[in-house]
Design a protein around this ligand. Structure first.
Ligand SMILES: O=c1[nH]c(=O)c2[nH]c(=O)[nH]c2[nH]1
Length: 323
């Protein structure tokens, strides 16, 4: 039995580490809430093949390191930088760990506007969950060429950004054959839950420098508005996505997706590729002919059934043209 199998790959760690951090600037507070995943690769094969736990950094320790860095990292307010800090810390702290994979999901906490109508000011320490969408960051730290030759790959994104428009969307001209029952429409409801991911070019990054490995220098080709300013990029991508969704006279989900992606690439010099996954959440006009009421002609359609399943699923990756 043993000669027939080989350990092809192995990776382990902690998932769903929930952490909330407050940073106080006097009475002006900043807060972040993250769901963190930390996975490691390296010389860990024998823990699988020989029950050798001497190579195991416990997943419990990974959770503790996550909380400790949440306490002391100067990068905690940026999910990109926090993930880079955590990932580089893991490979530099443990000699036999060559790669780390850190995922951070950032939940929305926005300042509550208070004050007289039209003169609202953001509250210094009261926040509201003003959307179910999440900002996501995935970092891969590769130290397999040496602890002084670490390469970082970062991709960021948005998940669960639910949008709907009640006009400004048509769908016509598609293949019509014996399987086609869909009616062509010049006006329909368009709703999707945006899931997108954009990648930055890989870059060299130094290991944490002090004895405890608690800080690390910026990436060598740090550029303003790039991975080091992830919040700026994320806000631009969110705004571009929402604006194109609202303003585009949509010919299809595919065509609107492409316009969103083109704007993301045009506005963010450090973004190399962007991938959108757009479910087409169908809203079907109720047929009321049985009672002599027209609710199916697009201009007369007012009552719809939101259909959870099945949904379309339109996806594409758009890259920056080289050269
Ligand atoms: O925007 C759309 N793209 C499709 O590919 C498709 N297919 C379908 O049935 N409805 C739609 N809508």
């Amino acid at each position: 039995m043993s000669s027939q199998s080989v350990l092809a790959s192995a990776r382990y760690g902690k998932d769903l580490v929930r952490v909330f951090r407050v940073v106080r600037e006097g009475s002006w507070h900043h807060v972040v809430e993250y769901n963190v995943k930390v996975l490691l690769e390296g010389n860990i094969e024998t823990s699988y093949t020989e029950a050798d736990n001497s190579v195991v950094v416990t997943t419990d320790a990974m959770k503790n390191i996550t909380y400790y860095l949440a306490k002391i990292s100067p990068h905690i307010l940026s999910p990109e930088r926090f993930a880079l800090h955590l990932g580089t810390h893991m490979v530099s702290k443990y000699a036999h760990i060559h790669k780390s994979f850190v995922t951070v999901e950032k939940l929305r906490w926005s300042r509550i506007p208070v004050g007289a109508e039209g003169q609202e000011q953001p509250h210094p320490h009261a926040f509201v969950r003003d959307g179910a969408d999440k900002r996501t960051v995935e970092v891969e730290i590769d130290a397999s060429a040496g602890k002084d030759k670490i390469v970082a790959k970062v991709s960021s994104g948005i998940a669960d950004l639910l949008v709907l428009k009640s006009t400004g969307s048509a769908f016509t001209g598609y293949i019509r054959d014996e399987y086609t029952t869909l009616r062509e429409v010049d006006d329909r409801v368009f709703s999707t839950s945006v899931d997108l991911k954009y990648t930055f070019a890989p870059f060299a990054i130094s290991a944490p420098t002090d004895a405890k490995g608690l800080d690390f220098p910026a990436p060598s080709q740090d550029t303003p508005g790039g991975v080091w300013d992830g919040e700026i990029v994320a806000e631009r991508v969110r705004t571009a996505t929402l604006e194109i969704f609202a303003l585009d006279e949509s010919a299809s989900v595919q065509a609107t997706l492409y316009k969103m992606a083109q704007r993301v690439i045009a506005e963010n010099a450090d973004v190399q590729t962007v991938t959108y996954n757009l479910p087409n959440k169908h809203y079907i006009p109720v047929d009321m002919k049985y009672i002599g009421v027209d609710n199916t002609t697009p201009s007369k359609a007012e009552v719809f059934v939101p259909v959870a399943a099945p949904s379309g699923l339109i996806s594409a990756t758009i890259s920056r043209k080289q050269g």
